[in-house]
Ligand binder design. Sequence first.
Ligand code: NAD
Length: 445
Amino acid sequence: MKRICVIGVGYVGLVTGACFADLGNQVAALDIDEERIAGLKQGLMPIYEPGLEELVARNARSGRLLFTTSYPEALRQAEYVFIAVGTPEGVDGEADLKHVRAVAEAVARQMTGPLVVVNKSTVPVGTGDWVADIIRAHQPKPIPFSVVSCPEFLREGSAISDFMNPARTVLGSLDREAAEKVAQLHLPLRAPIVLTDLRTAEMIKYASNAFLATKISFINEIANICEALGADVKEVASGMGYDPRIGRYFLDAGLGYGGSCFPKDVKALAYMAAEKGRHPQLLQAVMDINADSRRQIVRKVGDLLGDLQGKVVGLLGLTFKPNTDDLREAPALEVAQRLISDGATVRAYDPVGMPRARALIPEVEMASDPYAMAKGADALVVCTEWNEFKNLDLVRVRDSMRQPVIVDGRNIYDPEWMRVLGFRYLGTGRGLGADGKAIAADGQG
Ligand code: NAD
């Protein structure tokens, strides 16, 4: 059993703390958000993540997981401090490190014994050295510590399983002994461990996210060409995906990447490159294509309806992907705003995202279920591929709409079947337009 302190109890920190406690460690999870910590002490989850409530409850009951806002309490006897605070997009795409700085200063002031400071937040290359400088500068008296980078690769929606079964654990430090101590903590996860230096570990995280974002933008570029030439991108992706050099993952054409990681991380990497005089032209194209994917969906709705003025459009899904309540950089939010500025009235339904969405898009009426949303609508747009949307009673949906129009930003429906059902249906890169002809580059059939 090791004594671990996790700072920042969000998607990454809460999962990290609960999983390390479940592996038999003693974990203190600290956040500055008092409401969040008060709720957690009563078993209320601040985020939606499958399996999390039960995992937290089990480990809190056993006394291995405690929540606090007090640094002295959290750091008492801690051997490891995991930093898991947000690193949002700052000015010009640069990562904003104010939360990391605040944590480093607080840890420096409050530590009472030697510590391994492990950074899980996604931070620009060089941040590990910067954190070490901050700690040294703010310690009232010198106490030994080491900084290790341990970037997190979990995905919201499958975070617990990803944490417990990682594809690899990356650990970077100038202090090999400290990195090996952190490796010991991860041994029960039985994943390959990549031991490297601090900067390389930090770069592995950015390079991984940028590569995955590139795959998404690549397939969206192919989808766009498929539409013009009459090919089906879903079959193209599956034909490509059998090649082990390519792989099928992240080849789903649609509304592009969103969420709290890919958009900010690609921007931050491009910023880092540009700052050093490099020209990150591929990253720029990845971002441009992603931005385009949202505009194209709205254009398709306009093309099918003729004019959006006075039309009612329903959005199926709001969160940036299924099985999470996270709306950060969710494509649906931009789609809603674009539709509204083009004159449409927008409704939405999402299984878990609506309570948070109300504050972000107050003009959008939230429906009690997909059928209530479809009633009298001129078009529906699939923005998130929640499982429950895949098995809707589409005849009931069609019969209650004013016009049977569906634009599928996630390709969850079969175009042929939708035509048989009488929908005017446009997927993403599915070759044929709603009239059965290839869609020309200008969007006309
Ligand atoms: P989050 O916004 O869900 O949680 C961050 C938490 O940190 C919040 O609860 C906030 O109150 C707390 N916090 C902020 N300043 C603090 C301080 N000074 N002291 C204590 N707590 C403080 O963020 P997240 O999504 O968990 O992301 C955390 C980091 O992990 C980011 O760098 C992100 O890029 C990275 N990451 C996220 C994911 C993901 O899927 N969300 C995956 C991999 C990596």
